[in-house]
Write a protein that binds this ligand. Structure first.
Ligand code: HEC
Length: 142
């Protein structure tokens, strides 16, 4: 019987090992998993990044999401545009950042079409584009 008991424990152990990873990942959406794998290393789970090199999404996220140029900027920054994600997947990851991380008010969801339209634009002067967008905010806000 000891052999049988050991065998049972072993089978149970393997079953648990197989079960646990799927149980923990089951609570995550595809967009969250993509964010963790493709973006979180630099931007952190909280989206605070490491300013000034890796910007904090919260700083201008809410404003940028309500500006056409701000949305295009988010799509075409190298980390987003050059990621291996499809247009639809990238749209969902950007939506995840906007709604779950920044908690943008009245967020208009990105679509695969919007991503496709702007993704190909090469952006080399990211910090400059960001600075100029931020200047527009201070000019337009009361
Ligand atoms: C290797 C590090 C790295 C990875 C991975 C990365 N980023 Fe970035 N991200 C940066 C840096 C650095 C900047 C700012 C300067 C730049 O892009 O060169 C930035 C800027 C951004 C911005 C602009 C934010 C703002 O407020 O100006 C967005 C949006 C963004 N990244 C989205 C993403 C998404 C989405 C992913 C994953 C698909 C991703 N990034 C992956 C490093 C990274």
């Amino acid at each position: 019987m000891p052999f049988f008991a050991a065998l049972c424990l072993r089978v149970l152990g393997i079953a648990l090992l197989l079960y646990l990873p799927s149980a923990t990942s089951a609570g995550l959406t595809k967009a969250q998993t993509d964010y963790i794998l493709q973006c979180q290393g630099c931007h952190k789970a909280s989206g605070t990044g490491m300013p000034p090199q890796t910007p904090d999404f919260h700083e201008y996220g809410n404003d940028f999401m309500h500006m056409q140029e701000g949305r295009q900027y988010w799509i075409s920054v190298p980390g987003a545009a050059n990621s291996p994600l499809t247009d639809g997947e990238l749209a969902n990851v950007l939506n995840y950042i906007a709604t779950d991380i920044v908690e943008v008010k009245n967020h208009t969801p990105f679509t695969a079409n919007e991503v496709r339209a702007h993704r190909g634009k090469k952006m080399t002067n990211v910090y400059e584009v960001r600075r100029q967008l931020a200047t527009k905010l201070t000019v337009t806000s009361p």
